[in-house]
Design a protein around this ligand. Sequence first.
Ligand code: NAP
Ligand code: MG
Length: 492
Amino acid sequence: MAAEIETSYELFIGGKSVPGAEGGRATLLNPATNRPLATTALATASDARNAMEVADRAFRESGWAGDDGARRARTLVKLAQLLDSRLEAFTALESLNQGKPLREAKGDIAFVVRTLEYASGLADKIQGETIPVPGARFDYTVREPLGVTVHIAPWNFPLVLAIRSVAPALAAGNAVVLKPASLTPLTAIKFAQLATEAGVPAGILNVVVGSGREVGEALLQDPRGRAISFTGSVEVGHRIAELAAQRMVPATLELGGKSPVVVFADADLDRAAKAVGFGIFGNAGQMCWAGSRLIVHASVHAAFLDKVRSIAAALRLGAGTDPGVEMGPLVSAEHATRVLGYVEIARSDGGKILTGGGRPAAPELSNGNFVQPTVIDGVPGTSRSVREEIFGPVLTVSSFETTEEAIAQANATEFGLFAALWTRDVAVAHSVAQRLEAGMVTVNDPPMTFPQSPFTGFKESGLGFEQGIDAVRAYTRRKNVLVNLGGARPKK
Ligand code: NAP
Ligand code: MG
């Protein structure tokens, strides 16, 4: 499969693959080996402005934004079908570039297909209201596309987190400029080519690859941008919010997390242990909503940790592209070092490492960015390893006696993206779910989402939402039209 993968990629602007204006290139490394896997054209701020200009022209001239939502719907369905027909190729490319196991990458691409189908269904249902007002007047609202929308994506679910905002923006009739993460741009570039094949007009979906600081900020500062969708870290999220405020444009911010998993004594411990493993070792823990803080009832603490530890210790590590691998490398050498730094913090703050805690010993993994699945018990809640997002396969554990204590521990964080709870007691499930300060809660399930469910974080985890029936709201504006019909309103 690797033989089919291209090794040279360009920017995608105005329906064409183009080099950057200054001819710069970046080399991407395979996270499993740190050997070069491909090069991409590297955009500068002037390429970013060019993409915005091209998008703005396409918005005004291509007819995409016209009144025929059904046409956009058909195009997005066609794009979904094309992507589905290339599922294997996109899966292989995502796995190779990002490092995740093929099985997970396949789930990602399937999610993108489903996202496109879902967004296509919204394209012809963007409508307004009529509003009763006094006198001989007629008042109504219309929902309009915004123009050019800017989308900035992270590297952990490269195509999923790009297209979950791009799809509704396109469905609503906007022109899009997408900046994927510098480490993982490949599937976004191929996706834009596919969109053209599906009939998305030239200039309606553009992809620029380049650094967040230069290219990302140039996109956000461009006067043609009318909305921003950003998924990434809290730190950069604050910067994006500042830039959005300066230009008075709306920003949807999907940021980090430090999500609790609360396991009550009556839970199905086997299912819960599997879900805990999935929630922190899936994608090597590089998930905004990783269940990274396990809070378990004291009476089942030992038994439950045994189960979680054996799941962690049994995971098969390797290159994501090797069939059967269950956990891949982290995305970069720098990131692996950062994650291991947090393990050291936990250790020196008194944490007891139950399994993992370092790099795997296998010689065939020594050049890649591998970190062992790690479970650490007894770290005090004040430790940075419990408070800050690690974004790797590292689970910290604490225990509780009372439900009040469990809720207090779960909410003792600046983040509020996700929380899971495990119990067979319906009353406990609903009452605790109500009191968890998280935008998304699962009961007896791992972190789980569908294109039809809103994805949203509270507190430092973000602003606004993606997905769901209102997904187009952030990419449209509402206009009120008041018409004086002349003369007096006839009496009924
Ligand atoms: P990041 O460093 O914030 O980068 C995200 C994107 O922003 C990248 O494309 C990056 O470009 C760009 N960027 C960086 N600085 C910028 C600036 N000053 N102006 C404009 N764009 C800028 O995040 P990451 O390291 O890729 O991803 C990990 C983070 O994302 C974690 O905190 C995770 O929790 C969060 N996340 C949140 C969600 C959610 O839905 N809530 C989902 C997934 C991930 P470069 O690649 O060039 O740096
Ligand atoms: Mg980063």
